[in-house]
Design a protein around this ligand. Structure first.
Ligand code: GLU
Length: 307
């Protein structure tokens, strides 16, 4: 596998790049903090696979959360990747420059009545589900949306919007799955082990938010649009995003985007078994560098040839 791309890039956004048939990998960090060793692992996995399979390696900055993303973190991403010996093809895709493409996809789904406005706050949702200990949770641990705003009448929706109430847009999951109309899945390719076909289970997410109250898109919309736009054939990312792929496959089907292959790699954990993350204050690559750690040390520690 992975000797050639199985599909051509999508045309749904009208902006996809046409490429040769070499596989296309990407690393897609969010510039909302400094990269840590877990990012280094993911970036190196992609970079080395691209190299091994004579593929392209692209960089994408997932900066839709404009309040949390900062230019200094973006500059640090370039610096840290170069320090690790990773190079990427230009242009770098910056998601904050593509809000209009995400808005068109959202509009499309809305026109097909697959999205509805949701005025609930997190607090209101947790009030509705509190006292119901068996209430189902999504793979990220949040409560499945209880559907409060799904049942609002059109006139009530219009009244609230006209009154200036902020709304997120949620996917009507039952409708969406019915419209996608087929059993969805993806090929999970192995590296050194056998690949397998996985059945997508988007229902696990309930009526997921596809456009946030503060941002006219979401990670899920932007990632599927951009994987198509960049002609990504092989998505290599951490196991923490394994379940999100079910939702991504559903969106790809609804938006007529091609399905990449996926490989969800193991996550690096700290001594207490916690996934390394910015929020658990994993030590940044630049802090390691300041301590005298070399890129060769990092590569060796992560099981890559010293380069
Ligand atoms: N931006 C995401 C992150 O930094 C990665 C998304 C992806 O690889 O699909 O965790």
């Amino acid at each position: 596998m992975m000797t050639s791309a199985s599909s051509t890039p999508a045309s749904a956004t009208g902006q996809s790049m046409s490429r040769d048939l070499r596989p296309v990998f990407r690393f897609a960090p969010s510039p909302n903090g400094y990269l840590h060793i877990g990012h280094a692992y993911s970036a190196l996995r992609n970079f080395e696979m691209a190299r091994r399979h004579d593929g392209h390696f692209l960089l994408r900055l997932e900066d839709i959360d404009v309040d949390r993303c900062r230019p200094e973190y973006e500059a640090a991403i370039f610096e840290d990747l170069a320090w690790l010996g990773i190079s990427w093809e230009e242009p770098v895709l910056r998601q904050s420059e593509h809000f209009s493409a995400y808005a068109s996809a959202v509009e499309d789904l809305r026109d097909r009545s697959l999205l509805y406005p949701c005025f609930c706050s997190r607090l209101e949702i947790s009030r509705v589900v509190s006292g119901m200990p068996e209430w189902p949770r999504d793979p990220d641990g949040g409560p499945i949306y209880p559907g409060t705003c799904r049942h609002l009448s059109q006139s009530e929706r219009e009244r609230r919007l006209a009154a200036g109430q902020h709304a997120a847009l949620r996917l009507d999951m039952t409708q969406a799955v019915a419209e996608a109309g087929m059993l969805l899945g993806w090929h999970e390719f192995g590296e050194g082990e056998e690949g397998r076909d996985v059945r997508a289970e988007p229902m696990l997410w309930g009526d997921a938010v596809l456009a946030r109250k503060d941002i006219p898109t979401s990670y899920h919309i932007s990632v599927v649009i951009d994987d198509a736009r960049q002609g990504v054939t092989d998505v290599v990312r951490g196991k923490d995003l394994f379940d999100a792929t079910s939702l991504h496959r559903l969106l790809q089907a609804l938006l007529d985007l091609p399905a990449p292959r996926y490989h969800h790699h193991d996550l690096l954990r700290d001594a207490a078994g916690q996934k390394l993350s910015k929020s658990t204050h994993a030590k940044s690559l630049r802090a390691l560098r300041a301590e005298g750690v070399t890129p060769q040390d990092v590569r060796r520690r992560l099981g890559f040839p010293a380069g």
